[in-house]
Structure formats: structure tokens, C-alpha cells
Design a protein around this ligand. Structure first.
Ligand code: GUN
Length: 291
């Protein structure tokens, strides 16, 4: 077969265009959506991610103050800043860029974010709501994958989906979303005995591990749809996914490239969650004041 490469950029652009109109509608009602982006320390990769998120906000008219804390900030410092943002009516979404420096519990920090402002969807409340099929904020990367499947009209109902990776921010929510959409779902991870045996059964294979060349043609059923969520920096400085692209070309029916596949969708879905948070805050306000 000829493998179709799925370009995430035009899909992300379409999402952002729809959001820009919703931001304009909110502004007409006197509400400017606000996303606080919190960065602790100097992690260079985190700094790039934060810069890209803030730039994407500016492009659709979302107010996005960057909250910088020094590398030696304590957990109490960070919790104090989040408390302030939780109480700030100009802020509808709060994102704390991960990973955090040593000594700060990422879990306690995530749990301190008001669930209705948790646009990353990492708070146990939001992951729990997703688990019971009542999602409020869906984590951005798995939400981006679902948007790609929808846009490409890739059927999910009744398909065997295999998710490789069980992180709380990608693998687990990804599996829950596919399950909710009617797939039969297998979750594989580092303790899976025979990974290839499992992945070969997938109609839809989602790989989110962070290990270059983890998946090659032996691991892919002919005609399968392969979604590569991995981002790996190779020794020559280039980027690669978890899937050996050249190996699976001609085997997979479709493949998301790295870079340019799932990546562009992640920020688009962060913007979507932020706009949703602002829309919800406005409608709550209207209920409260009966206008
Ligand atoms: N670090 C890696 N991915 C993410 C993400 O989706 N959100 C945040 N806040 N940090 C991350």
C-alpha cells in the first residue's frame, strides 16, 4: 500500500481559525480569555514550549501572562502563586509547564490548580471525569490525536486500538478516549512481554513512549493507522518519533510524521481548552447574575 502521511499543520490551523472566532465573540461580551503559563527554572526545552504556547495564544487573541519562578523556588512559592491565579478572575486557564525542578511534587502542584482552570486536564478530578465518560478538560495531546482521527475520517468504533505508553498525560487518557469512542483497547508498556505480538494486532496503533525506532515494520499490521506521539532528539540534532518511518512506509495505511503530525495539534487543543474555560466562566457568571 501507499502510506498516506497525515499533515497535522492544516488541521491545527483549522482548529485555531474556529477558536479565533469564538475569542472574538467572547471579547464582544467583554470577556478576554486568559491563560497563565507558569515556568519554574531554566529547562531550555520547557522554555521553548512555553514560548510557543504564549505565541499561539497571542495569535488568536488570548491573554497569556508568563509567570516565571526561579530554579530555586520552593514548592510553597509555587503553590502560593497558583493560589493567586486560582482567585484571579482574568485568568481562565492555568498551565504549569512540566517537568518541575527536583524537590517540587508535580502531583501536589497539579492538585492545587482549581479543576475548572486546569486546561491541561491533569487534575485527578478531570482525569476521573474522563474515566467515567463525562470529560471536562481532556489532556491536549490525546485530544489532538482524536481530532486528527475525526478530521481524517478514520473509523474507531469496533477497531482494535493499541496504545503503547501508560503515562497519566498521554497513554492513559488516550486509551480512555479510544475506549469511549468504541474501540477495543489494549495498553502496552515497558513490562509488556511481547510488544510486537500486541502491536501487530492493532488496526489503530498509538505510540507514546519517547524511544526512537521503538516501532518498525515487524510491529505493524499491514493497513494499520499509525499515530506517532514520540518526540526524540537524535544525536545529529534532528527530531524523530517513536516509529521508524522508513520501515513502516508501504505497510501502514496512514502515518503521522514527527515533526509535523501530532505536535501542532497539542497547542491547538490547549487553546481550545482555554477558550472553553472562558466560555464556561462567562455562562456561570450569567447564571449567577441572571442576565
Ligand atoms: N510537559 C510535557 N508535555 C506537557 C503538557 O502537555 N503540559 C505541561 N504543562 N507540561 C508538559
Amino acid at each position: 500500500v501507499q502510506t498516506r502521511i497525515i499533515d497535522g499543520n492544516p488541521i491545527a490551523r483549522t482548529v485555531r481559525q474556529g477558536l479565533r472566532q469564538r475569542v472574538e465573540a467572547l471579547r464582544a461580551l467583554g470577556c478576554v480569555p486568559g491563560l497563565a503559563v507558569v515556568l519554574v527554572g531554566e529547562n531550555p526545552v520547557s522554555r521553548i514550549y512555553v514560548r510557543n504556547k504564549i505565541k499561539a495564544c497571542a495569535e488568536i487573541g488570548v491573554y497569556s501572562p508568563q509567570v516565571d519562578l526561579p530554579a530555586n523556588a520552593t514548592e510553597a512559592d509555587l503553590l502560593g502563586r497558583i493560589r493567586g491565579l486560582n482567585a484571579d478572575p482574568a485568568i481562565h486557564g492555568i498551565l504549569v509547564q512540566l517537568p518541575l525542578p527536583g524537590g517540587i511534587s508535580g502531583q501536589r502542584v497539579v492538585e492545587s490548580i482549581a479543576p475548572h482552570k486546569d486546561v491541561d486536564g491533569f487534575h485527578p478530578c478531570n482525569l476521573g471525569l474522563l474515566a467515567i465518560g463525562q470529560p471536562r478538560f481532556v489532556p491536549c495531546t490525546p485530544a489532538g490525536v482524536m481530532k486528527i482521527l475525526e478530521h481524517e475520517e478514520i473509523p474507531v468504533i469496533g477497531k482494535h486500538a493499541v496504545v503503547v505508553g501508560r503515562s497519566n498525560i498521554v497513554g492513559k487518557p488516550m486509551a480512555l478516549l479510544l475506549l469511549q469512542s468504541g474501540a477495543t483497547v489494549t495498553i502496552c508498556h515497558s513490562k509488556t512481554l511481547d510488544l510486537t505480538e500486541q502491536t501487530r494486532r492493532a488496526d489503530l496503533l498509538v505510540v507514546a513512549v519517547g524511544k526512537a525506532n521503538l516501532v518498525d515494520k515487524e510491529a505493524v499490521k499491514p493497513g494499520a493507522v499509525v499515530i506517532d506521539v514520540g518526540i526524540n532528539r537524535l544525536s545529529d540534532g534532528s527530531l524523530a518519533g517513536d516509529v521508524n518511518k522508513h520501515s513502516v512506509l508501504g505497510i501502514a495505511s496512514r502515518l503521522t510524521p514527527v515533526p509535523g503530525g501530532v505536535g501542532p495539534m497539542t497547542i491547538a487543543m490547549l487553546l481550545a481548552n482555554t477558550v472553553l474555560a472562558a466560555e464556561r466562566s462567562l455562562s456561570e457568571q450569567r447564571v449567577a447574575t441572571r442576565t
